[in-house]
Ligand binder design. Structure first.
Ligand SMILES: C[S@@+](CC[C@H](N)C(=O)[O-])C[C@H]1O[C@@H](n2cnc3c(N)ncnc32)[C@H](O)[C@@H]1O
Length: 323
């Protein structure tokens, strides 16, 4: 058992303390993904209303050869590096095609969740025995730093799928992409999946299912905090409240305290007060227009090379090169 001082050294602990001590309160959505969170996210992706996964799957199915031609125009070797790979469900469409085409590549999935990464690697070993896989259980740039230190010569193709970029505020996204640029060489490419602005009701339905799966996904982070820090969050006293602002394109998820209450995290020696109807800001899922995407690329020092859409134009996979 760690001492309180050791627990406080932990980034999860310091992030939780910072978020719950702030006004307004917030928690980072990157902590959604423990073993249970990974499993709930699988259920979310299977929901009929969660169009994001289905749209990107369709894009890869339709455009896999065009993507391979961009990634390896002169048959050169490349490293397919995926940020936040998760279960790799859509990526497998590309992997299968690239193997069939005898492309010279290696797949490097990066994920902070060791659990999801080991499930993915086992699955790939069984279903794609010829594939070279190098998993990296780490934060995005820490993993990229390790690769860069090894001075590899292969072209890097970075995949950042599933609208993960939407989990950043605009300024954070620019900062993240500028940092990405510093890790790349001029010949490398970046493929980012963006969720597009659309009928607000379609967006709200994806984040507010009647079955309460998205609600459970959010509440699971309170359970995770309870388990890690001997806490007493009562999840029945919080409701899940998503919003979409068509002006800014921001979909936000909040957990709202239904009464005045105090929550103690024993192992951190901290108590946090909640007023009735006070919210915790849990997640942003930013939606983009094509001009927003052009603008973002330019601000971060990239250029849009090609855009690939699903037939309903719900989603775009945008391939960027360095400017
Ligand atoms: C929304 S899921 C998306 C999974 C997959 N890319 C897809 O499109 O279906 C986000 C994944 O990113 C991982 N992740 C989140 N923040 C991360 C970070 N800072 N570094 C590494 N992985 C991260 C999570 O563990 C999770 O598996």
């Amino acid at each position: 058992m760690e001492t309180t001082a050791e627990v406080l050294n932990d980034t999860f602990a310091t992030d939780v303390i910072e978020g719950l001590s702030s006004t307004p309160k917030f928690l980072s959505s990157k902590y959604f993904y423990d073993e249970k969170g990974d499993a709930i996210f699988q259920q979310i992706m299977d929901m009929p209303s969660y169009y994001l996964t289905k749209s990107e799957h369709e894009i890869f199915n339709t455009h896999k050869q065009a993507l391979l031609s961009l990634f390896s125009d002169r048959q050169q070797a490349f490293h397919l590096i995926e940020f936040g790979a998760g279960d790799g469900m859509k990526t497998k469409v590309l992997l299968e095609h690239f193997l069939q085409q005898k492309a010279c590549f290696r797949y490097l999935p990066i994920d902070i969740s060791e659990n999801v990464l080991s499930i993915l690697v086992n699955d790939l070993e069984i279903n794609f025995p010829g594939l070279e896989v190098e998993p990296l259980a780490n934060e995005y740039f820490e993993a990229l730093d390790i690769l860069n230190e090894q001075q590899r010569t292969e072209r890097k193709i970075i995949l950042f799928l599933g609208s993960n970029i939407g989990n950043f505020l605009h300024n954070e996204a620019i900062e993240f992409l500028r940092q990405m640029r510093k890790h790349l060489r001029p010949d490398d490419l970046l493929l980012i999946g963006f969720d597009l602005k659309k009928d607000p009701q379609i967006i709200l339905d994806a984040y507010n299912d009647k079955e309460g799966i998205t609600r459970n996904f959010n509440l699971n982070l309170l359970d995770r905090i309870n388990a890690a820090f001997d806490g007493n969050f009562d999840t029945s006293q919080f409701i899940h409240s998503p919003t979409y602002n068509p002006l800014t394109g921001a979909t936000k998820s909040y957990l709202v305290s239904t009464k005045d209450q105090e929550v103690t995290l024993e192992r951190l020696g901290k108590t946090f007060k909640f007023e009735a109807w006070e919210a915790i800001d849990m997640e942003i899922s930013q939606k983009y227009s094509l001009s927003n995407i052009e603008h973002l690329a330019k601000q971060a020092g990239f250029e849009v090379m090609s855009n690939f859409f699903d037939k309903n134009k719900n989603f775009v996979d945008s391939v960027w090169t360095m400017k």
